[in-house]
Design a protein around this ligand. Structure first.
Ligand code: SF4
Ligand code: SF4
Length: 101
């Protein structure tokens, strides 16, 4: 497929670029959330299960926990950006300073 947004001169062949920025979950093999200064804390009692946090998290670290039936955060990979808290209309996600955990 032609990718007109890529320059013809490149260190890589155009075919080596991914078609999207999304990857299958699990491709990261090491924890990389260690530099986070804030962590999201979902409150299941306020959550209406809309899934907006799951859809908007740029790191794909929010998942539906089968054991509890509620949304949870994989803190090994969460960067603490706060997008999930901002997008959550019922304000079911609080951002907590790491220093307070
Ligand atoms: S955005 Fe808020 S209400 Fe919606 S699923 Fe996430 S935590 Fe629950
Ligand atoms: S703080 Fe950012 S990286 Fe962490 S779960 Fe929320 S949206 Fe994802």
């Amino acid at each position: 497929m032609k990718k007109p947004y890529l320059r013809a001169k490149s260190a890589f062949s155009i075919d080596e670029y991914p078609d999207s920025a999304s990857f299958t979950a699990g491709y990261l093999t090491t924890s990389n959330g260690g530099w986070r200064s804030l962590r999201p804390r979902p409150d299941a009692s306020k959550c209406v299960m809309c899934g907006q946090c799951y859809l908007h998290c740029p790191d794909g670290t929010i998942y539906l926990d089968d054991a509890t039936g509620s949304y949870a955060v994989d803190l090994d990979f969460c960067k603490g950006c706060g997008i999930c808290a901002r997008i959550c209309k019922p304000r079911a996600i609080a951002m907590i300073p790491e220093s307070a955990v």
